[in-house]
Design a protein around this ligand. Structure first.
Ligand SMILES: Nc1ncnc2c1ncn2[C@@H]1O[C@H](COP(=O)(O)OP(=O)(O)OP(=O)(O)O)[C@@H](O)[C@H]1O
Length: 281
């Protein structure tokens, strides 16, 4: 992908963050989380030519929760994320962001704009730009205010970038070209770019796929630092990693498009139905 098309994709997919008047933004609509839920799916079904990839799926995520989603290949994890981000429309069911935003009626860019940030499996950073510039671009991206890209950074914005650099383990690497980073570092940079846009809900699709053990461990640390500060949904196959980040939180096991089990990692690991699905017994 060229840098220009990536810029456009970032613009459309992630939408702008809310930086108040300094960038001349209109404040984006607040998500109504007064009942404690940031996201809920009720009886959601998606059929592809009669095949139900998602079958009466019910799920809700609380504000500030870090929810792990696991499940064997073909369980419907990616399709579920596609529904949340508006890429795929459900055949039936409700999908709400907070109390009042009906995601089934919103376009992909509107959903991104409302504050749902998604990280796909493969990192998409601007390889010809430095680490710092990548974070800066992500922060300034605003499709409604074209000249935003040319605004000078204030000290507050620089501080935010510095804090993000520390969080994503790239402090000291800010002048490096993103294209020269390791796979793991690129993944962290992309998480940082999403965070610069202050998402209300962060969706991470297999964030440690292809990472070394050391990178995986550092990614677990990073996510544990985000715990409680952001609402995050992580889809992951690496069970060791899931154990590290799930702690005492809820893990949801998907199977054939529905929730098979939900509970702490210990609970779902001990669940006979889960064992059967994973071991094929
Ligand atoms: N556009 C589509 N048309 C037809 N079938 C589809 C389509 N997208 C997904 N499917 C099917 O729906 C099911 C769920 O797929 P999905 O990719 O959501 O699973 P997953 O849990 O993400 O799997 P994996 O862990 O392998 O990524 C699979 O059987 C898949 O073949």
């Amino acid at each position: 992908m060229s840098d220009l098309s990536k810029l456009k994709a970032l613009d459309v997919e992630h939408g702008p963050a809310d930086y108040g008047v300094s960038y001349g933004h209109v404040k984006r609509d607040e998500v109504d989380t007064s009942h404690g839920a940031i996201l809920y799916l009720e009886d959601v079904t998606v059929s592809f030519d009669g095949f139900k990839a998602i079958n009466r799926l019910n799920l809700d995520i609380s504000v500030g929760e870090l929810r792990c989603i696991i499940g064997p290949n073909g369980a419907g994890k990616t399709t579920m994320m596609d529904i949340i981000t508006g890429k795929t429309r459900p055949t039936a069911g409700k999908v709400f962001f907070g109390q009042s935003m009906d995601l089934t009626r919103m376009a992909e860019h509107e959903i991104a704009h409302a504050g749902i940030g998604r990280k796909f499996q493969r990192p998409t950073v601007f390889e010809q730009h430095t680490v710092f510039e990548n974070l800066e671009l992500a922060m300034k991206m605003n499709k409604r205010v074209a000249p935003t890209l040319f605004f000078r950074l204030g000290s507050e914005q620089k501080d935010r970038i510095d804090a993000t650099l520390r969080l994503i383990r790239l402090a000291g690497e800010e002048k490096r070209l993103a294209g020269l980073l390791s796979h793991g570092q690129k993944q962290w940079l992309e998480i940082g770019m999403l965070l610069m846009q202050e998402p209300k809900l962060l969706l991470l699709d297999e964030p440690v796929a292809g990472m070394s053990d050391a990178e995986t461990a550092r990614t677990a640390e990073l996510l544990n630092e985000l715990r409680g500060k952001h609402s995050i949904m992580v889809v992951e196959h690496d069970m060791g990693f899931v154990e590290e980040i799930a702690r005492d939180g809820k893990v949801t096991v998907l199977h054939e498009g529905s929730v098979l089990a939900e509970g702490s990692m210990k609970q779902v690991q001990a669940d006979e139905r889960v064992i059967e699905v994973y071991l094929g017994r």
